[in-house]
Design a protein around this ligand. Structure first.
Ligand code: NAD
Length: 244
């Protein structure tokens, strides 16, 4: 942790102590310390490989028109079955168990918050842990997808299986979005971490927060940096571990 960050830890702890409803809003940067690459960070999928746009490979159009290509990217680029919760996930689960954290709103699709023990989790973009048959609705986990090749088909009815993930061109689940908005509006401290805050409409939730304590912990700059009361350009795992 940088010295500058260390000097801010007592202030962050005091802010948490004086809050009753802390909400965390996170993104792909929360899971990089678990070995899952983000999209726009220094080693992110967008930064490292630009042969084909991830926006297309993860789009509804690609799922419909080029299923083989879609599932090739999904299997090899989005599924990390051996990834385990890191210090960030564990600290947030601790914060919830201690009664401080009321909700985790995440753009991540890896299921690691739940694996760490968080119960109040709103997955804005769905989860790779759930894949469902478009015909009969039967649900399959990520290991089922990984155990096969090509386009996955339902063993029960032969229907096509797709991830329960919000693809580019698809809308968010309104129930999940409304719950996430309620959580943000009722928070008395909002901690944002590991997100470039460039993906809409998810990122706009940060703009809805009207409370006083907005903290952003992110290696890179975000469009909301100037609105933050505390801005930390450091590891989200190390900082959360120090304050919860
Ligand atoms: P992003 O890739 O746009 O931005 C990640 C940000 O986190 C970057 O600014 C980076 O500098 C920062 N970062 C990376 N590691 C960090 C760390 N250890 N500590 C502090 N900061 C760190 O991610 P996004 O804003 O979440 O948007 C990407 C979209 O892609 C999301 O919608 C998400 O669904 C999806 N995605 C999810 C996963 C996942 O589930 N783990 C992984 C990749 C992408």
């Amino acid at each position: 942790m940088k010295n500058e960050t260390l000097s801010l830890i007592p202030r962050l702890k005091e802010m948490v102590d004086h809050s009753d409803r802390v909400v965390f809003f996170g993104g792909a940067g929360v899971s990089t310390e678990s070995g899952i690459p983000d999209f726009r960070g220094s080693k992110g999928i967008y930064t490292v490989s630009r042969q084909e746009s991830p926006e297309y490979l993860l789009s509804h159009t690609c799922l419909v028109r080029e299923r083989e290509k879609f599932f090739d990217f999904y299997r090899n680029g989005m599924l990390y079955p051996s990834a385990r919760p890191n210090a960030a996930h564990l600290a947030l689960a601790r914060g919830e168990a201690n009664g401080k954290i009321k909700a985790v709103v995440t753009q991540n699709i890896d299921g690691l918050h739940q694996e760490a023990g968080s119960k109040s989790v709103f997955e804005l973009h769905g989860s790779v842990k759930r894949n469902f048959c478009e015909s009969c609705g039967k649900v399959y986990d990520d290991s089922f997808i990984l155990s096969g090749k090509g386009v996955p088909r339902c063993p029960s009815c032969g229907g096509l299986i797709r991830p329960d993930v919000v693809l580019y061109e698809e809308g968010l689940d309104m129930t999940v979005l409304n719950s996430a908005v309620d959580a943000v509006l009722s928070a008395d401290m909002l901690i944002v971490g590991g997100s470039s805050l460039l993906v809409q409409p998810a990122a706009s939730l940060v703009g809805m927060y009207r409370g006083k304590k907005l903290v952003i912990i992110n290696y890179g700059h975000t469009p909301y940096d100037d609105s933050a009361d505390v801005r930390i350009y450091d590891s989200v795992g190390e900082v959360l571990d120090a304050i919860f």
